[in-house]
Design a protein around this ligand. Sequence first.
Ligand SMILES: *Cc1c(COP(=O)(O)O)cnc(C)c1O
Length: 399
Amino acid sequence: MPIDSNLLRVTVDLGAIQDNFRLLRSRGTGLIAVIKSDAYGHGLIPVAKALAESGADCFAVGTVAEATRLRPEVRGTVFALLGPQSSEEAREAVQRDIVPVAARHDQLTWLQTAADATKRRAAVALKFDTGMARLGFNHAEVDMVLETLAHCRDVEPRWLFSHLATADDPDQAEFVREQATRYLIVQARLQSGLTTAGILPRCSLTNSAGLLAYPELAWDRQRPGIALYGANPFHGTELEYLGRDLRPAMRVQAPVLAVHPLAKGASISYGRTFVADRDKTVAVVAAGYADAYSRGLSNKGWMLLRGQRVKVLGRVCMQMTAVDVSHVPGVAPGDMAVLLGPDEGDAITPEELSSWWGTIPYEVFCMLGMNPREYVASSEASQGDLDHARSDTSPSAWG
Ligand SMILES: *Cc1c(COP(=O)(O)O)cnc(C)c1O
């Protein structure tokens, strides 16, 4: 959370993340909790510990550096999805019991060198590209991978990963099936090529959407990310019901700095992009693009104040945004505006905020999550020890 010395505050409900984990686990066969990028802005270590309390035993982060941070905090398997970027990182992974993804031949070679140097075996998750065209060995090149592995005797391909490109779009189910078909071909070739070594990699293909919509592709493990944080991957589609019971975990608030009238015909904020069509009352909220509240929300976004929806007026500034509070009596400086999450019976959902923002909940979480965070646990089941979580809070915790 590199944004500091500001007034916007993020509250993360670890109980909601635990509830989402249990719900997803009940739909799958075994989860790899995806907590890369600081747990999608929710905080790597507090989220990992809350998940571990709920029984999570497999975690996936992005870089080897992030895995190194996580490793001493949890038991079980820690994956680094981006894989080692140097022989030093490969060695780091082997030494620290991190399972890196390997998507290139040089990474397998580095891992063998690291195994030689440390006298350990190097566990690895082989990543094959089956249609995302991002990371992974080409699905048609299994034989080459087997050949490289034959020269890397201490590298153990314990896992086979691939990643779906369209699982959240019911109109593109055909492409999911194409990817699954390619995956199964890779798996069969790999297994017949590896049987002499006695290793059968465990299989994982699905992300949140794949876990919810394609139970037949669950195989050994599923890798949910976004659904853990309570966004519904099927929002606005006919499959929306599949994610209906997920609970968003992030709440974002910022205080009102000033309340004043805006007369009919007067403009507000830079560039005069909003001119009042009648007498209004506006509140100036201490949130702007420096707090990762996107300037794209200018004249588009909504917040909640005293439980009422209030519209963004004019341009979002660096540290301030004006909202129309003409219909909300009693708004005063110090009131907390809710930018994301619940307030008095209403809620700004991640899907709503991201649609005004012109993006997806993933980006909203990653961006707003860079602000100072505090942790709460809403559900009965998770009123355990949250001291570990509080250590992630900025020292000036707010009330
Ligand atoms: C981020 C990621 C996931 C999780 O995807 P969601 O859509 O957030 O569930 C799973 N697998 C890989 C390889 C990823 O990079």
